[in-house]
Design a protein around this ligand. Structure first.
Ligand code: ADP
Length: 315
């Protein structure tokens, strides 16, 4: 069997949530074209409400698309829904623990749901891979939050899918556990699993993913290798609190200056081209007295907006 070039392919994908009595119609995906290369760790990055979960839910069969085509591992979700679903494991955002089961039972039940024959189940192997071997027969309610997360990854893998999707895997998870989860994801990827993860943390996508797609308001605004994307996003901001309030942002060409509601002056620059000192010199040269200052990473929302509008980033 020849393997598909792309683990997931979406073309012209549209999702419209119909209006209700209290909410207007919502176009959550506005014609998304996306290809997830086989073997990659692919990040779907975007602010809340961008459409990430909607995309994942369409893949997992939980939400019906309005228009467009999607194939998973070369299997069209309309024409071969069962085969498509067999190719994907989804780790949901919420921890849904079956408190009355042990991890071993929980995996067995899940394997049963997927029709995996007993002889082909890899329960012990999965438990060991997720560091849960010594908890195999404990009640799930006795597991720590981190162990429950790992059990969810194991559950998503019971039918040995070539594609694993993690929806916001580290939302509300502490730093230690985040690193552990990243390590598991990398391990699975080394074993040949294509991984898709959604996140609204650039840092997470940067640490794990080789390819990143940025979605904003239902549209893909960038999709490229992490290295290329970071090069484009490479900018920082100096935030200056002026001694006396400014009526308007000064012209700091070649830097971009904006005033915040609280009177702070935000100056963005590309670290590749200039340093903080040069920015401050420009601020002083414009006659601004500096009371306080700090540097900030760019606001992702700003980045999305400038990617969407096609403006060049920063200076
Ligand atoms: P993300 O996962 O990126 O935060 P979502 O896919 O959850 O984004 O949401 C995209 C948009 O669709 C949001 O505006 C959200 O309010 C809306 N939406 C999501 N689910 C539903 C639903 N079941 N019914 C109506 N609107 C929804």
């Amino acid at each position: 069997m020849t393997l598909p070039e792309n683990a997931i392919e979406a073309r012209g994908l549209v999702k419209v949530y119909p209006a209700t009595k209290t909410t207007p119609e919502m176009r959550a995906l506005k014609g998304v074209d996306l290809a997830v290369p086989r073997g990659s760790i692919f990040g779907l990055l975007g602010p809340n409400g961008a459409g990430k979960s909607t995309f994942i839910n369409i893949l997992s069969g939980m939400t019906r698309k309005t228009a467009g085509t999607v194939s998973i591992w070369g299997r069209d979700i309309d024409h071969r829904p069962r085969d498509a679903r067999a190719a994907i494991g989804v780790v949901p955002q919420e921890i849904a623990a079956d408190v009355f089961f042990t991890p071993r039972e929980s995996l067995d039940v899940q394997a049963g749901l997927y029709g995996v024959p007993k002889a082909e189940r890899r329960t012990d192997e999965l438990l060991a891979a997720m560091g849960l071997a010594d908890k195999a027969d404990a009640y799930v309610r006795q597991l720590s939050g981190g162990m429950k997360r790992r059990l969810m990854v194991a559950k998503a893998m019971v039918h040995n899918p070539p594609v694993l999707v993690l929806d916001e895997p580290t939302a509300g998870v502490d730093v230690e556990l985040r690193r552990q989860l990243w390590a598991y994801v990398e391990q699975l990827n080394h074993l040949g699993v294509t991984v898709v993860l959604t996140t609204h943390y650039l840092e997470e996508a940067e640490a794990l993913c080789d390819t990143i797609a940025i979605v904003n308001r239902g549209e893909v605004v960038a999709c490229e290798s992490t290295r290329d994307l970071l090069r484009r996003l490479d900018r920082r901001a100096v935030v200056v609190t002026p001694e006396t309030p400014l009526a308007a942002p000064p012209d700091l060409t070649p830097f971009e200056a904006k005033l915040r509601g609280n009177g702070d002056l935000v100056v963005t620059f590309k670290p590749r081209d200039a340093g903080v000192e040069q920015v401050l010199n420009a601020v002083r040269a414009a006659g601004v007295q500096i009371k306080d200052l700090r540097t900030e990473d760019p606001d992702l929302e700003d980045v999305f907006v400038s990617l969407t509008s096609g403006e060049p980033l920063g200076v």
